[in-house]
Write a protein of this length. Sequence first.
Length: 330
Amino acid sequence: MDPLADALAISGVKGVLSTRVEAGGRWAVVLDDYPGAALHAVTAGTAWLSALGNDPVELETGDVVLLPADTLHSLGDEPGDVTGGGRPRCERATARGRGAGEVIQLGSTPASTRIVTIHYDCDPAALTQVLTSLPSLVHVRAEAGVLGLNDTVRMIARELAHPQIATSAVLKSLVDIVLVQMLRAWLAENPPGCFGTWLGALYDPVVGKALQSLHKNPATPWTTSSLAAAISVSRATLSRRFPAATGQTPASYLATWRMDLAAVQLRDSHEPLEAIAATVGYGSVPAFSRAFTRAHGRTPGRYRSEARSSSGLTLRLERPSPSNLTIDAE
């Protein structure tokens, strides 16, 4: 099992190619109302990123940065504030390019800097989130030499520079790949910075194995003792390290994960409540309904009705249905 892939899927993370900046000379652009998390990949030249709560960061060719949703920030040829450093703002051009991959041309000379922006949105109803738990600025430098990430950024640049048959299909896949490659690179290059985030839990070998077991068999009546035995560590070790890495006990994490799996099934299938309850480890519908209502603030039936009437993402995850459907949490 791959907990990261599971978490990205369950939270409905979806990327879309947005603004492309081509700039030279003196230039600046303020990005103040981007929907979702914003990823900027510098495919040529250099730029300065200024974001609220962070020192200005110089970006070079091959650098990739990721900022949380609703982060007021600016890009330019020199450090500046998020109001554009007193230079002309380009909000109208940004709005026209947003979501369509169109080019915004900025500056006083021919373009020497090229930046691709990708937005990542997620299902706010999901209890398990990866992107919202990250720091205010995630920066992976090209000099780190992460081949997978560097290769993906170059592939995006080539597709944009030389469109071919099905370029849109290729880019659709690449925007998802570059996010995973970036998260991998950040986890490998900056373990201390990952600590305390959902992603950081994967860095701990004990907690990472525990997450794999919980994700592989979510309906199993896990206890802290049985989970510790499954990954060959002591109960005391797991009890200490799991909360330190995730902020939750194993039982609490499992309960949350089960409710997310149930929410997806309610939204995307016509399975009866009895079947959904069974796949997430509940032996009775009343017990499942109480747990789901506590987690999501509405009954399973109401959640299903509201989800179907909205335009949410469609996810289909298959999970095993274990024969033992009781819940035992320590």
